[in-house]
Design a protein. Structure first.
Lengths: 127, 127
């Protein structure tokens, strides 16, 4: 398996998730060795959750999985770009296609006019 | 100024640098509060170098500066996408347009066919 350098971030590399067709950046997550391996093996994006300290498959709750089309690695082998087909049309747990739905302006954060794809309260049901 | 959450990575947020026209991801760097502020003030991308523990402007040696067109922030305010006009045609210190010039394959890393834009030995002269 391709060797990445996880050392700079205590066992993690940042993974930029990009729509394989449009080039839109959908989200940014972190992978450890295990998440990287699982992503390669399954063809579905897996991350390491820093808050929960657990491996997770993107979409395991929402079903909005990310199917891997191509993985690029940077010159230093410590960052990834993962080109994906986003199932369900949205990557953000807030219901937006991309987590990057606001831009920085002098007055604060301004929505860039993306519509919500889904209602998070319906997708992430609370028992 | 817009408040970001730098706490998860010990004072840093990852910044995805994306070509504002093509959507190509050129590189990934890290900003601390100071680098973010400097980027906003100057309109030129600044990072925090983790290895040198210093603020640096991208292109300060190579002159391949990155002019900010738009900055997007994610839902959690702990990651940025910075859309830029890349001066000199290349972001990678290896001479490639993008640092992500190889893809992950079973046999290892495969170049995705990008030509070098510049000769790094000429741009980064050693005294």
């Amino acid at each position: 398996m391709v060797k990445l350098y996880f050392g700079k971030l205590g066992g993690l590399v940042p993974a930029v998730i990009q729509d394989w067709r449009s080039g839109e950046v959908l989200m940014l997550g972190f992978m450890n060795q295990q998440a990287f391996k699982k992503t390669l093996e399954t063809g579905k994006v897996h991350f390491w959750s820093r808050s929960r300290k657990a491996l997770w498959m993107k979409g395991e709750t929402s079903r909005h999985v990310q199917l891997v089309k191509e993985i690029l690695v940077d010159c230093d082998r410590d960052a990834l770009v993962v080109k994906v087909a986003q199932k369900g049309g949205a990557a953000c747990h807030g219901g937006y296609r991309s987590c990057f739905y606001r831009r920085v302006a002098k007055k604060g954060l301004i929505p860039i006019g993306k519509e919500k794809v889904f209602d998070p309260e319906k997708v992430y049901k609370k028992d």
